[in-house]
Design a protein around this ligand. Structure first.
Ligand code: PLP
Length: 384
């Protein structure tokens, strides 16, 4: 077995969840997914595809119809994004791994902004890259970027900068001015940017013309060293389908197709057919999902803020409340105790970075906002 695999830590989120799986008395908010199933018309598209007998491989880069639908969807939000810049992937996780495989060699330096969903730092590490983290800083419960510290950390020795905005777990979101400064700096250092924008539609700040979080696509041209990761999981309620996509410079697309051949060959075809319909009819899904998530956030955060010892700020984007609980400094221990003693399933903050020790993540994507209130009641009872 490879040393890097031996050294690979188990996900702390899974560690907590494994302790509570199968327990019907646990209210689980530990994973990043809604408890609402995919809309019927998207499911029907996959059923129709199977009934037509579409049971074969597709092009490595994905069905042309899906790449055209992605191109139309992205172009409507970010200006022209041609099919020559797109690859369909088996989910955002696969998209991230492909991007890292395409851009870094073993021994290369990668800089990542943290706290962040653990896959973003684990994937380059699995490939033997050296990952340096630049931490966000909590100010009154809201996490903020020290832009100067980030720019100082990215040097000509940095092959890749990984940024996830809107951010899982903190809800922190880059501003357009920060993106511009990062792009200009990375042009000077020759560093690639890997932007994980899977939460771009789940944005609550109402300060952008397209309603999406600021995107690196809006401050770059097609030939910039930028790869953007997208997913159907969050905006279309499609976590279990495993479907996502990559936007990249045209020169990288053909090599990415070669890599896809050696990873998955292609995403599952009936799933891709569902993806076409999801994108074409996004207005029937995503605005409703986002409005509901905003209501969930606005239910949960004030309830948490009223709990003595809790420090939390409303997320600008994403689907998480990230909070600190005074007097409970070991996140993993606290999360395990909450499962065992309160029947409340949360993710431990230190799964996302050592500096988030003492924090907990609560996914607020719940069909029934009453579940969120019941969860807060359980937390209060446990604390008292
Ligand atoms: N990126 C971030 C920041 C995430 O939080 C997730 C999932 O939680 C993903 C990527 C991957 O999503 P998926 O593989 O379901 O498309």
């Amino acid at each position: 077995m490879r040393q890097t695999l031996q050294n690979l830590e188990e996900s702390k989120i899974r560690e907590v969840a494994n302790a509570g799986f199968g327990r019907s008395d646990v209210l689980a908010f530990w994973f990043g997914e809604s408890d609402e199933a995919t809309p019927d018309f998207i499911r029907q598209a996959a059923i129709d595809s199977l009934q037509r007998g579409e049971t074969f491989y597709s092009h490595n880069l994905g069905l042309l119809e899906l790449r055209e639908a992605i191109s139309a969807y992205m172009s409507a939000r970010h200006g022209p994004v041609g099919v020559d810049r797109l690859a369909v992937t088996s989910g955002g996780v696969n998209a991230l791994m492909l991007a890292v495989q395409a851009l870094v060699d073993a021994g290369d330096e990668v800089v990542a902004v943290t706290p962040v969903w653990p896959n973003l730092t684990a994937q380059p590490a699995i490939l033997g890259a050296r990952v340096r983290c630049v931490p966000l800083r909590p100010v009154d419960g809201a996490w903020t970027l020290d832009l100067d510290a980030l720019l100082a950390a990215v040097t000509p020795a940095t092959k890749l900068l990984i940024v996830n905005s809107p951010n899982n777990p903190t809800g922190w979101t880059l501003s357009r001015a920060e993106q511009q400064a990062i792009v200009e700096h990375c042009r000077r250092t020759g560093t690639w940017i890997l932007a994980d924008e899977v939460y771009e539609r789940l944005y609550y700040a109402d300060d952008t013309p397209n309603g999406c979080a600021p995107s690196f696509l809006d401050v770059t041209g097609p030939d910039d060293r930028l790869v953007v990761v997208h997913s159907f999981s969050k905006s279309f309620l499609m976590t279990g389908w495993r479907l996502g996509w990559l936007v990249m410079p045209p020169a990288l697309t053909h090599p990415m197709g070669k890599l896809l051949e050696f990873n998955t060959s292609c995403a599952s075809v009936f799933t891709q057919r569902a993806g076409v319909v999801a994108l074409q009819r996004t207005d029937e899904v995503t605005p409703r999902v986002v409005a509901h998530l905003r209501a969930c956030r606005d239910t949960l955060v004030p309830l948490l803020q009223a709990v003595p010892g809790v420090q939390v700020a409303p997320a600008r984007g994403g689907m998480y409340a990230f909070f600190r609980l005074a007097g409970f400094e070991d996140s993993l221990d606290t999360a395990k105790r909450l499962v065992a003693e309160a029947g409340l399933g949360l993710a431990p903050g230190n799964a996302f970075a050592p500096e988030a020790q003492g924090w907990l993540r609560w996914c607020f994507a719940s069909k029934d906002t009453g579940r969120l209130a019941e969860g807060v009641d359980r937390l209060k009872r446990w604390l008292s």
